[in-house]
Write a protein that binds this ligand. Structure first.
Ligand SMILES: CC(C)(COP(=O)(O)OP(=O)(O)OC[C@H]1O[C@@H](n2cnc3c(N)ncnc32)[C@H](O)[C@@H]1OP(=O)(O)O)[C@@H](O)C(=O)NCCC(=O)NCCS
Length: 285
């Protein structure tokens, strides 16, 4: 993938995930929608960042109609992460996806750990399992926050680029590798909350919709404090993605806040345990 491929890659990804959301949607859920302009711009900025930091990890499949499939991945220290993986809906199940993933995996061959967030698509789960990833179910909370349940939250402040060393240390404890240059990207796009006391430290990013996009902490108490702070400052309609079974502290908070628990997709891991206390990001993990 080259930088000038990114807008066409975005269209393949949007079509792939729109078709998947339409196919997987439960009757009780809102109708699948196409990406908003803001979401599209975020996707393009993030993918351009990966093409920039990891040109060898980002691949397209094309024929004479143009780009029909994409896979973007990156290495951070000894960790390989898959950011996005999609094939145009009318071309799926025809053998385009597997070689794309194989190309991206080659970029991570010197890495001892691997991480990806899988959709509920049966083809995706199948190829990740074949590639040696353990699949761990992901849960998510959704619903209207009951503000009367929010406790008094102290010792949380706004973060900045001067917190990157601390955040990289927390990332290494949780997933074996710092986010490195991805912190610069996230600080530029999102709001950062930090808690750093004598008993523990942690951070949380809130995305452009005010929802938790990534959270890491040295202990559950600090993680819980950050999650409440994030909920208190966010909108009434909450979606909290990427909760794994190793992070039951999120269930304590989500149920206390009277949100509804659901399941979607898997966290795929290779050479590592489930990170905790940690709420991963779907693309930046
Ligand atoms: C996941 C995805 C990228 C795979 O690409 P693809 O071109 O469809 O995959 P391939 O044709 O290479 O097939 C992959 C495997 O799935 C199998 N497969 C094909 N159709 C299938 C189906 N309907 N159900 C389950 N498995 C199926 C294939 O046989 C192959 O396995 P095998 O080699 O062991 O036989 C693509 O299907 C996609 O874009 N899905 C929607 C978006 C998505 O979920 N992306 C993953 C995000 S984490």
């Amino acid at each position: 993938m080259r930088l000038d491929d990114v807008p066409a890659a975005e269209r393949v990804s949007d079509e792939g995930f729109f078709e998947l959301d339409t196919r997987m949607r439960r009757v009780s859920e809102p109708q699948a929608s196409r990406r908003s302009d803001v979401h599209r711009a975020t996707w393009i900025e993030r993918t351009s960042h990966f093409v920039d930091t990891d040109p060898g990890g980002c691949w397209v499949a094309e024929d004479d109609t143009g780009i029909v499939g994409i896979a973007t991945s990156f290495r951070r220290e000894t960790l390989w992460c898959l950011a996005t993986y999609a094939v145009q809906p009318d071309r799926q199940g025809q053998g385009i996806g597997k070689p794309l993933l194989a190309a991206a995996l080659t970029h991570g061959r010197a890495c001892t750990r691997g991480m990806l967030s899988s959709s509920a698509d049966g083809k995706a789960a199948r190829v990740y399992h074949q590639a040696g990833f353990e699949l761990h179910p992901q849960m998510y909370f959704h619903g209207t926050l009951d503000r009367s349940t929010i406790p008094v939250v102290e010792k949380v402040r706004e973060g900045s680029a001067s917190d990157i060393d601390l955040m990289d240390s927390l990332d290494r404890a949780a997933r074996g590798a710092g986010h490195g240059p991805d912190h610069q990207l996230m600080i530029g796009a999102w709001r950062l909350l930090v808690s750093d006391t004598t008993t523990g430290s942690g951070y949380a990013y809130l995305n452009e919709r005010g929802q938790v996009a990534l959270l890491a902490a040295s202990n559950r108490r600090t993680a819980t404090r950050l999650l409440w702070a994030a909920l208190a400052d966010g909108p009434d309609q909450v979606t909290l993605h990427h909760v794994t079974g190793a992070n039951q502290w999120v269930l304590d908070v989500g149920f206390a806040a009277r949100l509804e628990l659901h399941q979607e997709g898997y966290l795929g891991l290779r050479g590592m345990k489930l990170p905790a206390p940690y709420v991963h990001n779907g693309a930046l993990l």
